[in-house]
Design a protein around this ligand. Sequence first.
Ligand SMILES: Cc1cc2nc3c(=O)[nH]c(=O)nc-3n(C[C@H](O)[C@H](O)[C@H](O)COP(=O)(O)OP(=O)(O)OC[C@H]3O[C@@H](n4cnc5c(N)ncnc54)[C@H](O)[C@@H]3O)c2cc1C
Ligand code: SF4
Length: 554
Amino acid sequence: MTSILPRRHQIGLPLDQLILSDPPGAEALEMDVLFVGAGPAGLAGAIELARLLKQDQEAGGSLGDLSIGVLEKAGSLGEHCLSGAVINPRAFRELFPGMPDSTFPFRQAVTAEAVYFLREHGSFRLPTPPTMHNQGFYTASLCEVVRWLGEQAEALGVNLFPGFPADALLVEGNAVRGVRTTPSGLNRERAPTDAYQEPTDITARVTVLTEGTRGTLGQAWREWQQVASPNPQIFALGVKEVWQVKRPLDRVIHTLGWPLPNDAFGGTWMYPLGPELVSLGLVVGLDYRQAALDAHTLLQRLKLHPLVRPYLEGGELLEWGAKTIPEGGYYALPARRSGAGLLMAGDTVGFVDVPSLKGIHYAMQSSMFAARAAFQALKAGDPSAEALAAYDVMINESYIVRDMHRTRNMRLAFKDGLWRGGIKAGLMTLTGGRFPGGRIAMHADADQPRTLPPEETAPAFVPDGRLTFSKVDAVFKSGNATRDTIPTHLLAPSDIPGDVADFYAHVCPAGVYERTPEGLRINAPNCVDCKATDVLGPRWTPREGGSGPKYRTM
Ligand SMILES: Cc1cc2nc3c(=O)[nH]c(=O)nc-3n(C[C@H](O)[C@H](O)[C@H](O)COP(=O)(O)OP(=O)(O)OC[C@H]3O[C@@H](n4cnc5c(N)ncnc54)[C@H](O)[C@@H]3O)c2cc1C
Ligand code: SF4
């Protein structure tokens, strides 16, 4: 065997577990609107809806008190949130009119920026492409942003439920009626322990899926409702570290080239988060060709580069984490993001503009539109598919779709490698997206064959424990302390060949997979919910609340 095709070893979505037509239990909690996922999307939508309700009440409107809930799988808000991040404040300004930017939970304004092309031992500066200009924007930690949004939501009476992952959609006919949460306190064999807590059913007149990248319920709903898109969604994996540094970083830095191979799409970033903190990371498209590519190791190598190392020397790694990014752009957007009793917003839909690496303000803005559509539908007493379709109209007429249309083929051009992609992307920028005309067709990441390494490979990278770290150290730095006895939430067939097990071991930045003489070993508690193997290998499913990483500044 010289190559492997990930799709051949991946099981389908377990729709029978994710879409349940059982009636809600007698103890079901009743909500009017339920957001699933407390990221920037879920919280911005809940805040917008609470504000609309308040205005309605003050104007003597008919809606009265509505209950708004936000479910979150992390034990505390923000612990599962990770981003770069440079934030475009546009959605903040709209959500909090009258509040100056200085009140938002940003770290610092972007005052200078540079783009470099890296070779292993050197670099040269490139002109900053128009799509990558960040003047007027702010660096931030998404964890901090989310904690702050949570405080604003609570102050407006929104019910936040951290530690409650949604496990399945409750449906009746074609309509979504709410969710069932995961049980907790199961042992490895899925038998209840003394700590067992059964699932809770939460019903809602409108359920808004804001579960982020590669959302499991969003995937299930689309498959169940057969909602297509011109291209399949594709993803990148981002691995990130936060460092306490002695030498302040004075600008936003992006790089292309090394340590990524030429046939992989991606790059790296360094953002200042104040004088002492630096956010550093690497992103790679999951359609890369070489089975042995390992994003975690590439990030470790990057830190030894002469452009990066001087900032980190004498500093300390504070946190590590990983997450995928939906990269398919305009042509991967689902034909509709609404249905009876259901709306979807943020990354679970794919509202990310890849050339500018921006998703936060699109996530917030899309969910604010979802809140407006839900509000109108409830005011009319009609959360039907037809009424909620007003959301799709708002999205289609918004700057979200306009921005994504302008860069519609840019990421897709790179499927032929860095050089050809770079030239095409330049022409697309010059023509406002009109070159080359039409859509560049794309296949799903799992359908990209991976070339196996030759028998004799280069020696494995050995971390020094000072600047560079192993995956075990990295998981420790993610704060992950999931109990060892948790049942696995990663679904794989039992007959995974050795080469494929090796491939999974490289894909997973958290060291969850190991090749053993018996086959594939899955160390499920290590998982940091980045979802990369849901894209390329074992399926990720929701697990006990509070499991996974405990990010603080990611
Ligand atoms: C490495 C990286 C760098 C990035 N850099 C930038 C940047 O610089 N600027 C920018 O604008 N954007 C950036 N993005 C994109 C941006 O972070 C996302 O677009 C944005 O976070 C999406 O917001 P969201 O609310 O849709 O999803 P998320 O932020 O992922 O939040 C989803 C929430 O839902 C929760 N959840 C998931 N499933 C369930 C469930 N079943 N039940 C309950 N809760 C659930 C999750 O735990 C999470 O808290 C970056 C992304 C990555 C990964
Ligand atoms: S097992 Fe978890 S941490 Fe590893 S790639 Fe899959 S989702 Fe990410």
